[in-house]
Design a protein. Structure first.
Length: 225
């Protein structure tokens, strides 16, 4: 996990609230770019599809601070690349380990927003005094961007390093147990699709999904799939 990975995450974190170039802050975009950089496009996109489905209904809007999708996505991509994993059974453990980072990242964004409010209060005071030629607004914007960039970089660096050592211990002790699990990418995507299902907020959609899961389970038990 080189420093370029941390820089990559810090830049994309600015897309949440500082820079808004559309839907670039989505797992599919991040996964495609990561795959292009690392050369493992297939695994990167599979991971991206999982998080895209899982966080389908979480888009930053207004004062709502959604889970930090990029925190989980980037950490999973970086750790998967670090361990050189490609199989679903191995990546599954990394995905589960990285999911809590989304909530921790949202808390980080909330703390940053409270920190930025201090600059807003300074801006209000500056506007009331009406000082001409003062560069305070430009300074506040620059400080806000720099603060977000540095905080995101440190957050990603510490979280991935900690998870890397934890997963090293985990795979060292329980690696054979993980290797014995019959897991496929389709199973992970089906479980992640609950996020898209909840986004519909329709009872008929819930019933259809449950019926599909039961039918799919029956086919597996019957040996059809």
């Amino acid at each position: 996990m080189g420093r370029g990975n941390w820089f990559f995450f810090a830049v994309f974190s600015l897309f949440r609230f500082t820079v808004n170039p559309g839907l670039l802050e989505r797992p599919l975009v991040v996964g495609a770019l990561w795959g292009a950089v690392t050369g493992d496009v297939a695994t990167s996109l599979k991971i991206a599809v999982f998080f895209e489905l899982f966080w389908l209904d979480n888009i930053p809007a207004g004062t709502y601070i959604p889970p930090h999708i990029l925190a989980s996505t980037f950490a999973a991509l970086a750790l998967t690349t670090s361990f050189a994993f490609t199989e679903a059974r191995q990546v599954m453990v990394i995905l589960l380990a990285c999911l809590p980072l989304a909530r921790i990242g949202a808390w980080m964004d909330y703390s940053l927003r409270q920190w930025h409010n201090r600059g807003y209060n300074r801006l209000i005071g500056w506007a009331r005094k009406g000082k001409a030629g003062d560069q305070l607004p430009q300074k506040l914007v620059f400080q806000s961007i720099l603060r977000t960039f540095v905080t995101s970089w440190l957050f990603f660096w510490t979280s991935t390093i900690i998870l890397h050592y934890i997963l090293c211990i985990f795979f060292h002790k329980w690696g054979p147990l993980v290797a014995a699990v019959d897991m496929k990418w389709s199973f992970l995507w089906i479980s992640a699709s609950l996020g898209g299902l909840l986004a519909l907020r329709l009872r008929k959609a819930y019933a259809t999904f449950v019926f599909g899961v039961v039918l799919f389970g029956f086919f597996i038990l019957a040996g059809i799939i």
